[in-house]
Structures are given as structure tokens and as C-alpha cells.
Design a protein around this ligand. Structure first.
Ligand code: GLN
Length: 314
């Protein structure tokens, strides 16, 4: 399939999803997240050859929110290795909401709920919060191949004022000795990471690197260790879409991660990264229109990992 054909299929999927334009609600528990045009829609796809196609509101920057959980995990694994990381967070899915305290026992059930990502944030090396956050920003810039990744201060301030639930999670994790260090600082880093601002093109480039076994799309340099990529993508496919992960996997069939800002990043190993942005969410916190578009292109572009046959012909 050539790029022109891919482009046609993407456009068709966007058009076919138009009937969902008003479906779902924008997240309001972080007040600043309501401050967007609810009908925005953008998408991008980046092949492992480094070609990117982008449509719609492709220039609009939104907060990465829970997609930062992927970055937290990658950095924790690189900084401390799997043994330490998986002594603190597990590898199994949960039926509880992303901000629940229930899936915390000896460890947190997985790294893709808030408690898990607060834990992995605690395993990102650096001196103070500033230094650690700068490392995270540098990583996102490197992976997206773009310096124009920003910190959305209004989103950060808005969440910091309303983040009682995450604050209680951080203190609870400290009381269980799952995290070490200052709970407030770890919470601060977690929320800063959620407030990173970028667009669909930049996120799909990150997806492209993950689809390329962690190698740069520009010069083939290994930007993320291969084993870290393997672990991250496995967990995304089983836990990336919260308590909807199983259903989503049936319908879409490749590792993905969503955020309450309205974005979804998807990775089709060996083929492409893809990103949708549409801020209206379902009750689980996943973008309604994003899911529909990804389900359609999974079929029309043969991206479903669980279907063999003609799947290699991307
Ligand atoms: N699901 C999400 O995107 C959650 C991220 C958000 N910053 C929170 O902690 O609640």
C-alpha cells in the first residue's frame, strides 16, 4: 500500500466518524481541560520509514495527560531496570478506574493507572523536580524529533489546585513504602509530566520510534532500549486503555495509550505510529471519536496485530 492509498483510508475513516462529533464529554475535573474547542479533531500517522501524514487540527497543542505514563515507564526502566520497577508496579490489567486507590497492595497493579505512574515518576533520576522534569522534556523532544514540545503551565496549575485524589494516592504509596522520597515532589513531577503540550504529529512521531523498535526514524540511532520497547508495548496492549483495554484490543488490536486531554497514541510494531486528538471522552476517559477512527483504520489498513495473512503489506 502506498502513501496515497494510506492517506485515502485515513481520510475516509475521519469522515466516517463525523457522526460522533458531539458524542461524549470533555474532562472537567481538571478545569483547564474544558477550555478547548470540544469539536476539534486531528490525526497523524508516521511510518517506520519516517513519512508522516497529518490531517485536521494537526497544529493544535494539547496536554499529553496519561500518555505521559508511557514516558514515565520508559524512563523508570532505563534508569532503574525492570527488576526494581516491577518490584513496585505489577504487569496486570485492572477493572478499576485510572484514579482508584484500590489496585494498590504490595505494589500497584500496573504502570498505566495514576498510582502506577506516580510510582514510575518516583523512579525517574535527577536532583530536584526541575532537573527531573527537564530530563523528561528532553526525552519527549528527542523521541518526537522536535524541540517545540512545551510545558502547559495553565493546565499544570489547574490540576495542582484540584488534584486531591492524586495527592492522597502519593501519600498512600509513601505510607506503603512503594515510593521513596518526598510525596509532594513526586506528585509535582507526575502532574508536570501530564501537562506536557504537543500536537498529533509530534505524538505520532514518538509512536513511529516505538514501532521501529526504539530506533530513530532519522538516523537509526537506538533511542530506547529494545527490551524497554518490548515491555512498554506489551503493557500498552493489555492495560493502555484503562478498564476498557480488553474491549479496545478486540476492536483495534494494537498497543495504544489514551489521555484525558483527548489524545490516543497507537503503535503498530514494524509499521507505524498513529495519533488521534478529539477531546470528547467516553465514561472510561477515552476519546470517543479517536477510538472509532482507530478501529476503522485498523481494518482498512490491515493494522490489527492479531490478524495474520495479508498483514505485512502496509
Ligand atoms: N487519564 C488521564 O489522562 C489522567 C491524567 C490526569 N492528569 C490525572 O491524573 O487525573
Amino acid at each position: 500500500m502506498d502513501l496515497v492509498e494510506i492517506e485515502q483510508k485515513l481520510k475516509a475513516a475521519v469522515k466516517d466518524s463525523e457522526f460522533l462529533k458531539k458524542e461524549g464529554e470533555v474532562a472537567s475535573y481538571i478545569p483547564e481541560l474544558e477550555n478547548v474547542d470540544k469539536d476539534n479533531f486531528g490525526m497523524a500517522l508516521t511510518t517506520v520509514k519516517g513519512q508522516t501524514l497529518a490531517f485536521g487540527d494537526e497544529k493544535i497543542k494539547f496536554s499529553i495527560q496519561s500518555i505521559s505514563k508511557v514516558i514515565n515507564l520508559i524512563m523508570a526502566l532505563e534508569d532503574f531496570g525492570p527488576e526494581k520497577v516491577f518490584s513496585k508496579v505489577g504487569t496486570e490489567a485492572t477493572a478499576y478506574k485510572f484514579n482508584s486507590l484500590i489496585p494498590i497492595d504490595e505494589k500497584v497493579v500496573n504502570p498505566f493507572i495514576n498510582a502506577g505512574a506516580i510510582t514510575t515518576a518516583s523512579l525517574i533520576k535527577g536532583g530536584d523536580v526541575e532537573e527531573r522534569f527537564n530530563r523528561v522534556l528532553a526525552k519527549v523532544r528527542e523521541l518526537s524529533g522536535s524541540e517545540d514540545v512545551i510545558f502547559l503551565e495553565e493546565v499544570y496549575n489547574s490540576e495542582m489546585k484540584t488534584t486531591d485524589r492524586n495527592r492522597s494516592i502519593a501519600y498512600y504509596l509513601k505510607s506503603k513504602e512503594i515510593i521513596e522520597g518526598d510525596s509532594e515532589e513526586i506528585l509535582d513531577l507526575y502532574v508536570r509530566n501530564c501537562s506536557i503540550g504537543l500536537n498529533v504529529r509530534q505524538l505520532s512521531e514518538i509512536g513511529g520510534v516505538l514501532a521501529n523498535g526504539g530506533r530513530s526514524l532519522k538516523d537509526g540511532r537506538q533511542l530506547i532500549d529494545k527490551n524497554v520497547v518490548k515491555t512498554t508495548l506489551s503493557l500498552m496492549s493489555t492495560c493502555g486503555m484503562y478498564e476498557e483495554s480488553g474491549r479496545y484490543s478486540i476492536e483495534v488490536g494494537f498497543p495504544s495509550k489514551s489521555g484525558v486531554g483527548g489524545a490516543i497514541i497507537g503503535i503498530v510494531p514494524g509499521k507505524c505510529g498513529v495519533c488521534t486528538y478529539s477531546p470528547r471522552l467516553d465514561k472510561f476517559g477515552n476519546s470517543v471519536r479517536g477510538k472509532k477512527v482507530l478501529a476503522e483504520i485498523s481494518e482498512t489498513l490491515n493494522l490489527n496485530m492479531f490478524i495474520g495473512g495479508n498483514n505485512g503489506n502496509f
